[in-house]
Design a protein around this ligand. Structure first.
Ligand SMILES: NC(=O)C1=CN([C@@H]2O[C@H](COP(=O)(O)OP(=O)(O)OC[C@H]3O[C@@H](n4cnc5c(N)ncnc54)[C@H](O)[C@@H]3O)[C@@H](O)[C@H]2O)C=CC1
Ligand SMILES: O=C(O)[C@@H]1CCC=N1
Length: 264
């Protein structure tokens, strides 16, 4: 790609995006700039050829695609710090949670394409689920941003009204899945495995289960039917999990996360 990318905010997600872009060789490492107030912690990215600076305005001036990856409460100050440098050459992509496109436009006061992207941390290994919404972008500009995130996993374009729901299901979802995996490993140790073997078995089993759904397009319950022998151990365990509130606790947790995001 002949466009330079500036990632403003080299924290968990900003660094993960840079890692993913490096891994898939989407662009030359020198075409990526990542900013942070204290740049020392970005040494690993710098060693791989990414430009590391603390001056956001300079990063914006040198790039065409601006990925804003700071905390929601930092968005306004950070955008103001480079607002005057934004021109028609720029595409602005915010990954900040809960900050509306209209709020971003209100701050930048420029009629440039504005995108909201909601990826997850698996973007560092090109396995993100990224939900995208945008305004003011023509077909080619939208295709450019979609291409970047498609190279880092899967992309779905959604109505901005669903962006908070997307944050919960797709981005927080990584943490929910990790808890399922951790609990399964703990169970595995209780029934006899060492931690390394339990981890391998659980990780590959979860990956295989997700792949079954994605490759076959089947419903989880259809796949469960194939595992549950009548009077067998799977259904006995599953029913006990449900008696203990397994599905209910997940659904309630997702709903509470959603309520929290709506309030902030
Ligand atoms: N961590 C995740 O899994 C996800 C995070 N998000 C959203 O992405 C955004 C970033 O999240 P995280 O990376 O987790 O937070 P973080 O706190 O790890 O990263 C934010 C980074 O911005 C830097 N920063 C602050 N002020 C700055 C400035 N003036 N100039 C340059 N850099 C500055 C901070 O030093 C920090 O490294 C948040 O809005 C979050 O809600 C969205 C989806 C997933
Ligand atoms: O917990 C948070 O607020 C952010 C949003 C998605 C992932 N982390």
């Amino acid at each position: 790609m002949n466009k330079k990318i500036a990632i403003i905010g080299g924290g968990n997600l900003g660094s993960a995006i840079a890692e993913g872009l490096l891994k898939n060789k989407f662009c030359d490492p020198a075409d990526i700039t990542i900013t942070k107030r204290r740049i020392e912690s970005l040494k690993k990215l710098s060693e791989k050829g990414v430009a590391i600076i603390s001056d956001n305005a300079e990063a914006v001036q040198q790039s065409e695609i601006i990925i804003l990856a700071v905390k929601p409460y930092q968005v306004s100050d950070v955008l103001h710090s480079f607002q005057t440098k934004l021109t028609q050459k720029h595409l602005l992509v915010s990954v900040a949670t809960g900050v509306l496109i209209s709020e971003l436009q209100e701050i930048i006061k420029k009629n440039i394409p504005v995108f909201r992207a909601m990826p997850n941390t698996a973007i560092s290994i090109e396995q993100s689920m990224t939900c995208l919404s945008y305004t003011n972008a023509n077909e080619s500009q939208a295709a450019t941003i979609e291409k970047i995130f498609s190279s880092l996993g899967r992309v779905v374009i959604i109505d901005e009204k669903l962006m908070e729901a997307a944050t919960i299901l797709g981005s927080c979802g990584t943490a929910y899945a990790m808890r399922f995996i951790r609990a399964s490993i703990q169970g595995g140790i209780e029934i006899g495995f060492d931690v390394a073997t339990a981890s391998l078995i659980v990780e590959q089993t979860v990956k295989g289960a997700a792949e079954l759904l994605m490759q076959k397009g089947s419903h989880p319950e259809q796949e469960i039917d194939k595992v549950t022998t009548p009077k067998g151990c799977t259904i006995a365990g599953l029913n006990e999990m449900e008696h203990q509130g397994f599905s209910s606790s997940l659904i309630k947790g997702i709903a509470v996360s959603y309520k929290k995001i709506e309030k902030t």
